[in-house]
Design a protein. Structure first.
Length: 141
């Protein structure tokens, strides 16, 4: 891409190679223009959200307190549940109510997780949908 220097003949040879530098410059300008004109892709999910505030519930829900003692003993509103079958029966009866009551599960600080998980599993398998853990601040250090 240059010229020959020092030829012995009196006449210089003509360079027949094409100069590609202006072509590369034009291609770079076209590429930049293409990149600028492409719209930015946004990854958004369009949702139709409800407008306004929902009305407050007309009747406050019934709250049932479940306690799990350190040895796995379960209490329903302060009354000891003798076995899992009795607990399942109470869950089935509560799930059939309209509106369904809220359950506040209060585990003892010393209880093993398997007993709490057993109560949660029994509630879920019997159709209870409104259940929450109460008293979690006792587990904070």
């Amino acid at each position: 891409m240059g010229m020959q220097v020092g030829s012995s003949g009196g006449e210089a040879e003509v360079m027949v190679e094409i100069n590609t530098t202006p072509l590369i410059d034009v291609m770079l300008v076209l590429l930049i223009m293409l990149i600028i004109t492409i719209p930015i892709q946004t990854h958004a999910v369009k949702l139709n959200m409800p407008v306004g505030t929902p009305p407050p519930p007309t009747v406050p829900p019934t709250v049932i307190v479940l306690e799990v003692d350190f040895d796995g003993t379960t209490f329903w509103q302060g009354e000891q549940i003798p076995n899992r079958d009795a607990l399942n029966t109470r869950f089935v009866n509560a799930a059939a109510q309209d509106p369904q009551p809220e359950f506040h599960l209060r585990p003892n600080k010393l209880v093993t997780y398997k007993y709490v998980a057993g109560v949660l599993a029994a509630a879920q398998s019997n159709g209870i949908t409104k259940i929450g853990l109460v008293g979690a601040e006792q587990f904070m250090d």
